[in-house]
Design a protein around this ligand. Structure first.
Ligand code: PEP
Ligand code: MN
Length: 370
């Protein structure tokens, strides 16, 4: 059971202390308090864990400071959508809103290679009004002989250039807890010119110890990619690891499933699950068309498969797009063959707008008929 308290309650408050004294006396129930600092208010939630079946919702609602009570099902306790659940489906980070009702594009390099390429990419993003990007510094590779990413060495110039071009959030995969410290240090050393959304890649979706460490920090939001060979339920539980440790700023990423059924695409595109994830949880949903399709193949009309599947995800209500671009794909050190070209950026963005408008029209249509 979750007790959602009236906004801006402080722990020093007499009523709050009365509530806590009452809760402490409940038999076989552990209490966990979570406070989240929003833009305008502090949200306090109290998790009652254990034998809560006997507790009456109305009784709990009448306790001091309690505004709302949610009885949670066992599934996805923190991030799930439960009955009469009015908890937020959005969060803000570094001036950018991430919600189940809006859309952010993260176009960028799969892997940082040269400073010049990073600068060209970011300049193009700025020119087309974008404030988010993807930039991989730590790359999990199939072969130990492949380029592993520049790691910490590239962070200062990536962050400085982000500041120069007004980029507010960089999605960046980490594969080890030390990367978290390196990102934090490098951001401080460069004067925090930008923000970072930590990405947990599909190979680490069930790296529970990494999830716990990333979940314990609340400085950076997290993009958790779905595991490529596990069920949706298992991946959603992985997201819950982050939240149960305290970090609820989680975006869930669909990136295709590894199976020969998806051939000739690199992965079997799973964007039909955009709406499923939004039904089951309060997380914004990201789609990654680049790692799903994995090539620059196109239909007979000339539209790239990557753009087709992007439109499919967006028309179904996706909230974030992670997409590979490169100024010179032939020189890319990772995933060049699937990268879109910088000159395709305005086309891509317009196509996304077309699909988003179609989604909004569909929303209107369904509202009219219900
Ligand atoms: C990536 O986004 O660069 C990546 C490696 O993705 P995934 O974890 O989905 O393979
Ligand atoms: Mn890649």
């Amino acid at each position: 059971m979750i007790l959602i308290l009236t906004p801006n309650v402080t722990t020093g408050n007499e009523e709050y202390q009365r509530l806590m004294r009452f809760l402490a006396k409940l038999d076989n129930i552990a209490i966990r308090v979570n406070q989240e600092q929003g833009v305008e208010r502090t949200l306090t939630e109290i998790y009652l864990i254990g034998n809560t079946a006997a507790l009456n919702i109305e009784d709990m609602k009448s306790l001091p400071c309690v505004e709302h009570v949610v009885r949670v099902s066992e599934e996805y306790r923190v991030l799930g959508r439960h009955k009469s659940d009015n908890r937020p489906t959005a969060f803000d980070y570094n001036g950018v809103r991430f919600g189940q009702d809006n859309l952010n594009v993260f176009a960028g390099l799969c892997a940082v290679d040269t400073r010049e390429h990073v600068e060209e990419m970011m300049k193009a993003l700025r020119d087309y009004g974008q404030v988010c990007t993807r930039m991989g510094a730590y790359k999990p590779r199939t072969s130990p002989y492949s380029f592993q990413g520049h790691g910490r060495a590239c962070l200062p110039f990536v962050f400085e250039l982000a500041g120069k071009y007004g980029i507010k959030v960089i999605a960046m995969e980490i594969t080890h807890e030390s990367h978290l410290d390196e990102i934090h240090e490098s951001l401080s050393e460069t004067g925090n010119p930008t923000g970072v959304m930590l990405q947990i890649g599909t190979r680490n979706t069930q790296n529970f110890e990494l999830l716990k460490i990333v979940g314990r920090q609340q400085e950076f939001p997290v993009l958790l990619k779905r595991g490529f060979g596990i069920t949706l339920d298992e991946s959603l539980h992985a997201a819950e690891y982050l939240a149960s440790e305290g970090n609820r700023k989680v975006v869930f990423g669909l990136r295709g499933m590894k199976t020969s059924i998806g051939d000739p695409h690199r992965n079997f595109v799973d964007f039909a699950h955009v709406s499923v994830v939004k039904q089951l949880t309060r997380m914004p949903v990201c789609i990654d068309p680049s790692h799903s399709v994995g090539a620059r193949s196109h239909g007979p009309e000339g539209i790239l498969d990557t753009m087709h599947v992007t439109a499919q995800g967006v028309i179904a209500g996706a909230n974030m797009i992670l997409v590979d671009f490169h100024p010179r794909p032939s020189q890319a050190l990772v995933d060049g063959p699937q990268a879109l070209l910088l000159k395709e950026l305005p086309l891509f963005l317009e196509d996304v707008t077309v699909a988003r408008e179609a989604y909004e029209k569909r929303l209107e249509l369904f509202r009219r008929y219900h």
